[in-house]
Write a protein that binds this ligand. Structure first.
Ligand code: RBF
Length: 158
């Protein structure tokens, strides 16, 4: 959804279920904090906009995006959560680490969704440079954190 033609500013708030009785876990990576702080801000504000109480939003940090898998796996053990959101930003560097981390996180989160009872929403920005990440974390292409919050509410209702 967060493309030049269609990003979250366009979403229809009426189509989102009421989230006032929902409880969420959010795991956020500390790498590229300018980006991940903005993603987290968007996610929290959007959950609260749809009724989630601040005390029902549980946030944990992990050092880097690779650790999002373990963080999310721990959170899926908590029956009190209706959904878990992971937030991270991987920016392509000069080594193949970008591909390994992106593939690892994608596979790890897919695996959790296929094996655990709580939906895990994938909020990993994978961009060629910092500007592309800024564009998608509150910049000209919206905020992927907002989008993850909406997805979490919809999947909690599923
Ligand atoms: N973590 C991120 O969240 N974003 C990155 O862009 C990122 N780049 C990395 C590049 C290299 C070369 C390495 C070694 C790690 C990087 N990490 C990054 C950290 C990674 O997700 C993880 O925290 C560490 O590898 C420890 O398991």
């Amino acid at each position: 959804m967060a493309t030049e033609l269609h990003h979250l500013s366009d979403y229809d708030a009426q189509s989102v279920p009421d989230a006032s009785n929902m409880c969420f876990g959010i795991v956020v990576a500390e790498w590229n904090p300018e980006i991940t702080d903005a993603l987290l801000d968007g996610a929290v504000k959007t959950l609260e906009k749809h009724g989630t109480l601040p005390e029902n939003i549980h946030i944990k940090t992990v050092p880097g995006s690779f650790e999002l898998i373990y963080g999310a796996q721990q959170m899926t053990k908590n029956d009190g959560f209706d959904a878990v959101i992971i937030l991270g930003s991987v920016i392509r560097g000069e080594t193949p680490h970008f591909d390994y981390i992106c593939e690892g996180v994608t596979y790890g989160i897919a695996h959790l969704n296929a094996t655990q009872n709580i939906p895990v929403i994938y909020g990993l920005l994978t961009t060629d440079d910092l500007q592309q990440a800024k564009d998608r974390s509150g910049g000209r292409l919206g905020n992927k954190g907002d989008e993850c919050a909406i997805d979490a509410i919809k999947m909690a209702k599923f």
